[in-house]
Design a binder for this molecule. Structure first.
Ligand SMILES: *Cc1c(COP(=O)(O)O)cnc(C)c1O
Length: 378
């Protein structure tokens, strides 16, 4: 199935662009930014960011300076915010890249203001206000205090982050929405942003001037209590290396944690936890073979997963034939649940060992004059 004998990760850039449009339509009147931290949630910033830019996205959020540099190379004209702020001594790098730090403490703000003065004048930055996460950001009183007298000049964006927007009806969300509105009122005319993927689906009071989805862009379900409105972006297939028959009572895998309940057919897949597929899926994981869900048999090992393919169609069982570990019918949310984690961790853990393929959004032809693109098509 694959060139390198390993697993194949396929990223659908058309689906990514379509998801951005779905989210933008969900937030009428607000700008739809894109969170592309952690290498665009494992999808690859170098291809994901330009696809989002072509869809119409103009503002991007990353976590680190190094990610901002990768984003700048991918989308040279974009506005790029760095969520983790600005490490001491890095102001010149921010200015060189045109990056905007998200500032979240008095000390950070003072340092940034001082660095800007040394560099010849104020540079745009966002102000992060904590409304319940207790992770990053000024407290509400600190922010209100700063509103009257800011060493920053006017921040380019006022933002906060929701704690449990994906949990329908969580009272904490309503409290955060109200707190953020209170802070926002102290910064008249300031563009503001509160909503992540799930927050984008809450309603107009959570949307302000900008929404900041990440996970939903990559196909994760922002509304876990309802059907997923997003298109799948990531597909993960691994090839069958060997097929074997076992009889009742035989065991499979490390520490013999699976015992054949009867005569079974097993397929060994070329993927393991070293690829980023969590070992914690042992005993719970499934893969699709010929459209049939087949359970894992035994422990997920470093480079291999054993699958009980007894119920799979014979035609789908051959050396080199693919099994799908993430894809249509087996979404990343379910994969996360089966591994005792969330889809976010599955995506961001996707390893570097895969053959990576991108489909849709062909940049080789997209930007070309029509006469060339249309050649041979009448
Ligand atoms: C990661 C992150 C987001 C995106 O969240 P999703 O749940 O992936 O949509 C938005 N804002 C901040 C501050 C973040 O850290």
């Amino acid at each position: 199935m694959t060139e390198s004998h390993g697993a194949r990760l396929t990223v659908d850039l058309d689906a990514l662009a379509a998801n951005w449009r779905i989210l933008a339509a969900q937030a009428p009147g607000a700008e739809c930014a894109a969170v592309i931290k952690a290498d665009a949630y494992g999808c690859g910033i170098a291809r994901a960011a330009p696809a989002l830019w072509r869809a119409g996205c103009r503002t991007f959020f990353v976590a680190h300076l190094s990610e901002a540099q990768a984003a700048r190379a991918a989308v040279p004209e974009a506005v790029i915010y760095v969520l983790n702020g600005f490490p001491p001594g890095s102001a010149a790098a921010y200015r060189a890249g045109g990056f905007r730090p998200v500032l979240g403490s008095r000390a950070e703000i003072a340092e940034w203001a001082q660095a800007c003065r040394a560099l010849g004048g104020a540079l745009p930055a966002a102000l992060h206000v904590d409304t319940g996460m207790n992770r990053l950001g000024l407290s509400v009183p600190e922010a209100l205090d700063l509103a009257g007298d800011s060493p920053l000049g006017a921040p380019a964006l006022l933002m906060s982050h929701l704690v449990s927007a994906e949990v329908a009806g969580d009272p904490l969300t309503a409290r955060q929405v109200a707190e953020f509105a209170r802070v926002r009122a102290a910064f008249p005319g300031m563009p503001a942003s509160l909503a992540n993927s799930s927050g984008t689906f809450l309603g107009p009071e959570a949307r302000h001037q900008m929404v900041r989805p990440g996970y939903a862009l990559y196909g994760g379900n922002p509304t876990p209590d309802r059907p997923n409105p997003m298109r799948p972006v990531v597909r993960l297939d691994a090839g069958i290396l060997q097929l074997r028959a076992v009889s009742r009572g035989e065991t499979a895998g490390y520490n013999a944690r699976w015992t054949a309940p009867g005569p079974r057919r097993l397929a060994t897949l070329s993927i393991g936890y070293a690829d980023g597929y969590p070992r914690s899926a042992t005993g719970q994981g499934v893969a699709l073979v010929g459209g049939v869900r087949c359970p894992f048999a035994g422990t997920v090992s470093m480079d291999l997963i054993i699958l009980d393919v007894t119920d799979a169609p014979e035609a789908a069982l051959a050396r080199g034939a693919p099994a799908t570990l993430i894809g249509e019918g087996l979404d990343v949310d379910e994969v996360g649940r089966r591994a005792g984690t969330i889809g976010y961790e599955i995506l961001t853990g996707l390893g570097k060992r895969f053959d990576r393929h991108y489909i849709g959004d062909e940049p080789e032809t997209r930007g070309e004059p029509l006469s060339r693109v249309g050649e041979g098509q009448g």
